[in-house]
Design a protein around this ligand. Structure first.
Ligand SMILES: Nc1ncnc2c1ncn2[C@@H]1O[C@H](COP(=O)(O)OP(=O)(O)O)[C@@H](O)[C@H]1O
Ligand SMILES: [Mg+2]
Length: 415
């Protein structure tokens, strides 16, 4: 029997109120594409709770709560709103779900590992900051602070492939960001100027108590102005949503995360950033120069370049994975900077496998209005209808029954 319309499940593990806005945004997008979205707790679904509490669009277009006997057969699903221990929680649940996932465990693990993400981007020549990873498992912490980061925290590092002295070297070239390798929403990210090596070491040591430590060169020279005057310029990161339509990756929508204060250096949700429409942020860019800030006008070609870099980035993250293991919707953080010949260069900072704040998303410039994705629903409609099976005694591996091939179409070239 045909399911009409095709069903897409958004599965979460947080308080429903925290995720309702994102589910609403996806449900409204999907409606226009003939796909029905239902939100449900992933643990309720896996435990076959009956009746099952769900969120769905009402006839009037509101997201309402209801109870249904069990989740009807769906085409595909997405894990989101997974909570503090999100990487492990994601993997543990993904492998037990029977549907093709927008964010299957392998693809999500790549995005969750910031250093691996940098490596995949760099291998595909996608602009990304230089980085160094200090592995927790390999540290040999000296007893005294201040003996130099090489002996202090890191006998081995990756990224540039050299030892801990690279951190001191990186700081000597310019400011760096030091953060937990699996950080989210800006937690634990701090910026250090070249003269702050000692503070940088202390911060790295703290991170290493619980996580691997990532060191990155600072990128993103453009700033966002709060008005037309050029006063109150703030750091920003663009969030761009890229979706897989079954054939290619398409950069479609996003928003901008703008630091909460003029001094603020982290544009992250847990750090009090402002969310600004992406089109507005792109109209308010300023370049810093010795003569003072100058307005930076973004051309259509530069917007096309942002799209292409994002599509290249999504493709790079899929490298070597089976089609069933790749991310079908990814939120990329982009640092805009002044590139060659005064043009905008988008630098890809990181990838989010469970992009949050989808209700703030608008179509990329060229189109107006709220929206997350159209491309994704083509892929969802092409997935076969399947129901929830009981868990087999052997752990299930997520296998995409639809696409056994890797994404094979190169996205467009950067202009
Ligand atoms: N190398 C960098 N250059 C400039 N800003 C950075 C850099 N690294 C981190 N940031 C800032 O910190 C924020 C959080 O870093 P990010 O990698 O996005 O981690 P999270 O997963 O916690 O969001 C970014 O949005 C950006 O504002
Ligand atoms: Mg981020």
């Amino acid at each position: 029997m045909e399911d009409s319309p095709p069903l897409f499940a958004v599965l979460f593990r947080c308080d429903p109120s925290l995720i309702a806005d994102s589910i609403h945004a996806l449900a409204v997008d999907a409606l226009a594409a003939g796909v029905r979205v239902i939100g449900a707790s992933v643990d309720d679904v896996l435990m076959a709770v009956a009746p099952l509490p769900v969120m769905a669009l009402s006839e009037g277009g509101d997201l309402v709560q209801a109870h249904i006997g069990s989740l009807p057969p769906a085409r595909a699903a997405m894990l989101t709103g997974i909570g503090a221990d999100e990487c492990c929680a994601h993997a543990a649940r993904a492998e037990r779900l029977p549907w093709p996932l927008v964010n299957p465990a392998l693809g999500a693990a790549r995005a969750d590992d910031k250093a691996e993400c940098h490596a995949l981007l760099a291998a595909a020549s996608v602009p990304t900051p230089r980085w160094w990873l200090i592995r927790r498992s390999e540290i040999a912490i000296a007893t005294e602070v201040g003996t130099g980061i090489a002996t202090e925290v890191a006998p081995t590092m990756e990224g540039e492939g050299e030892g801990g002295r690279q951190v001191v070297a990186a700081l000597s070239h310019g400011p760096c960001y030091i953060l937990p390798n699996s950080s989210t929403e800006g937690r634990g990210a701090e910026r250090f100027a070249p003269h702050e090596a000692r503070l940088a070491i202390v911060h790295a040591r703290r991170i290493l108590d619980t996580d691997d430590c990532l060191v990155r060169e600072e990128r993103g020279t453009l700033r966002c102005g709060s008005d037309a005057t050029g006063h109150d310029l703030r750091r920003l990161a663009l969030r761009v949503h890229v979706a897989w339509d079954g054939v290619r990756f398409v950069a479609e929508s996003g928003f901008a995360q703008v630091a909460g204060t003029a001094e603020g250096y982290v544009a992250g949700r847990a750090r009090g950033c402002d969310i600004v429409p992406i089109g507005l942020a792109l109209q308010r860019l300023w370049a810093l120069s010795p003569e003072g800030p100058t307005p930076f006008e973004v051309s259509d070609a530069e917007i096309a370049a942002v799209r292409c870099v994002c599509e290249d980035a999504a493709f790079a993250l899929a490298a070597g994975l089976d089609g069933g293991d790749t991310l079908k919707l990814v939120g990329l953080d982009i640092l805009p900077e002044l590139g060659e010949r005064g043009r905008l260069r988008p630098v890809v900072l990181e990838a989010n496998a469970r992009p949050a704040g989808l209700n703030h998303s608008t179509w990329l410039p060229g189109e107006v209005g709220l929206g997350v994705t159209r491309a994704l629903w083509s892929w969802v409609r092409a997935c076969p209808r399947s129901g929830l099976r009981r868990r087999s005694p052997q752990p299930l591996r997520t296998v995409d029954p639809v696409s056994h091939t890797r994404p094979s179409v190169r996205p467009c070239r950067r202009p």
